[in-house]
Design a protein around this ligand. Structure first.
Ligand SMILES: Cc1cc2nc3c(=O)[nH]c(=O)nc-3n(C[C@H](O)[C@H](O)[C@H](O)COP(=O)(O)OP(=O)(O)OC[C@H]3O[C@@H](n4cnc5c(N)ncnc54)[C@H](O)[C@@H]3O)c2cc1C
Length: 468
């Protein structure tokens, strides 16, 4: 049975019980506090009945035991930067805010591991391990504010995916509190383990619907000695895509290989006058190469040769952090700049096999021709086949409906080309109606059976992942 929002007369009793279990100071119930937990990056708004700010695994376990017994929905939340509504309490109940459980518990350089609480901000972990010359590669653009717990729940990607993989590739073991409050440990803190089923992988990307992470052990790598950035301008988008494919087919694996299309370029120019992009530029590749001094030099010169052969108009390179940062500013400027086109945006994160990128871009253009009042800007991690397709629209129900229809066409085409409807942002409630476009009925039923096994009363993040 699905959990439902707590009935008003029950709220006082619930809060009193939570005070007793977790401590008065860790429970928020004033309306102004609850409103702060009513939204996430998807811009929806649902106010929870109460917010619990656990300080320990025991607090999480006690809260879940209590919520399970009374069938109260529980919504885990990191920084609330998710783009598909994962942390939004669509059925009220309890929001579990993990920002207080933000300690790095250990870094073991000999083992190349770190164990953290879920509320640790991703960039904080990256900076702390760098002090030991170690590297935590997953690097979502939200790294300065998103949490490791949220990253694990969404299996976040980012610009380093091509060379280093995504969050799931770095999670060795998890402490998980299950819906009934029991505590389990998955995986080992070793770099290898094939004992039994891989429960860790099941929980990574489960979007807070199967269990709640209270400790996370990640794998680390040695910090690359050096990194260099290339910004490459093209007149023809096709040349940029072919150059990207050739870089990889020549056995080169850049740390980042980003594509920016014509519409996105037009926005950046209008947004930041100081970013100089000549009029004839219709596509950009932004490429990061890392390694040791010799390997970086060799790879940079090979990549320069490949992009030149593919008719690059101009190649700028940056070696020191300040210069590299200036080039990456072009990429960072895109998201805010898109609002120059129209005030509303639906941001999709489709991913297709790399061989299908050009075809996918053509199909997006063709679809866009049938929706002339909407504008599409595409950019993203071309190395992974992961394109952020932004459908920009104006105010009004009609425009919103058109944008949604267009998105559905794009997603259907993505799946037809062997791609996935979400490369990194997850399903949440925003995309649950599209899940069956990609996942066949039998596989969908297996997913639902797993959910039922681990959370028979449906208290963990109800209203997410599956249509009801
Ligand atoms: C500007 C911007 C840039 C972004 N760039 C990227 C990007 O490059 N790549 C990318 O992949 N994503 C990106 N995102 C999306 C988002 O930042 C990621 O999904 C991120 O992992 C969410 O982390 P969070 O801490 O904000 O989690 P939240 O949004 O709070 O929660 C996300 C999900 O995790 C669950 N959750 C949180 N903590 C726990 C826990 N302890 N146990 C179990 N479940 C939990 C929540 O219930 C929810 O379902 C971006 C978002 C923004 C706003």
């Amino acid at each position: 049975m699905d959990a439902v929002t707590i009935k008003k007369p029950k709220t006082t009793a619930l809060i009193e019980e939570l005070h007793r279990l977790i401590g008065r100071e860790n429970v928020l119930h004033a309306l102004e506090d609850r409103i702060c937990y009513s939204y996430d990056g998807s811009k929806q708004k649902y106010v929870p009945d109460v917010v619990v700010r656990p300080q320990s695994t025991r607090h999480v376990s006690s809260t879940l035991q209590f919520a399970n017994e009374h069938e109260i929905p529980v919504y885990p939340r990191g920084a609330g930067s998710g783009l598909t509504g994962g942390a939004v309490p669509v059925k009220g109940g309890i929001v579990l805010d993990f920002t207080q459980m933000n300690h790095i518990l250990e870094i073991i350089p000999e083992d190349l591991t770190a164990t953290v609480e879920p509320g640790v901000v991703t960039q904080t972990l990256q900076k702390e391990v760098a002090k030991y010359k170690l590297f935590y590669p997953p690097d979502p653009a939200s790294a300065p504010f998103s949490t490791i717990g949220g990253n694990v729940a969404e299996c976040s990607g980012g610009i380093t995916g091509l060379k280093y993989g995504v969050t799931r590739d770095y999670i060795l073991s998890l402490e998980v509190v299950l819906a009934d409050g029991s505590i389990i440990h998955t995986g080992r803190k070793t770099l290898k383990s094939v004992t039994g089923y891989d429960l860790t992988r099941l929980f990574v990307g489960s979007e807070g619907t199967l269990g709640i992470f209270t400790q996370i052990t990640v794998k680390l790598l040695p910090l690359p000695e050096k990194a260099e950035t290339l910004l490459v301008f093209f007149a023809e988008p096709q040349d940029a895509v072919l150059a990207a494919n050739q870089i990889i087919s020549n056995s080169l694996l850049p740390r980042a290989l980003e594509f920016i299309d014509k519409s996105s370029i037009a926005c950046i120019k209008g947004y930041k006058q100081e970013i100089q992009i000549p009029a004839e530029v219709n596509a950009i590749l932004l490429i990061d190469i890392d390694g040791n001094d010799t390997s970086v030099k060799t790879e940079v010169s090979l990549i320069e040769k490949i992009v030149t052969e593919n008719h690059a108009l101009m190649v700028s390179s940056a070696k020191n952090p300040q210069e590299r940062d200036a080039l990456w500013e072009v990429r960072r400027a895109i998201s805010p700049a898109l609002y120059h086109i129209a005030p509303y945006k639906i941001n999709e994160d489709i991913c297709v096999p790399r061989s299908q990128i050009l075809e996918m871009l053509h199909r997006i253009n063709d679809i866009n021709k049938r929706y002339p009042s909407l504008k599409v800007a595409s950019f993203g991690h071309i190395g992974d086949g992961n394109i952020h397709v932004n459908v920009m629209y104006h105010e009004g129900e009609q425009q919103r409906l058109l944008a949604e229809r267009m998105i559905e066409e794009i997603l259907r085409n993505t799946v037809k080309l062997g791609g996935t409807i979400s490369g990194e942002h997850g399903i949440g409630n925003v995309k649950s109606r599209f899940l069956s476009l990609e996942v066949p009925p039998q596989e969908l039923q297996i997913m639902k059976d797993i959910k039922h096994l681990l959370d028979p009363k449906g208290i963990l993040n109800p209203g997410k992942m599956f249509l009801e």
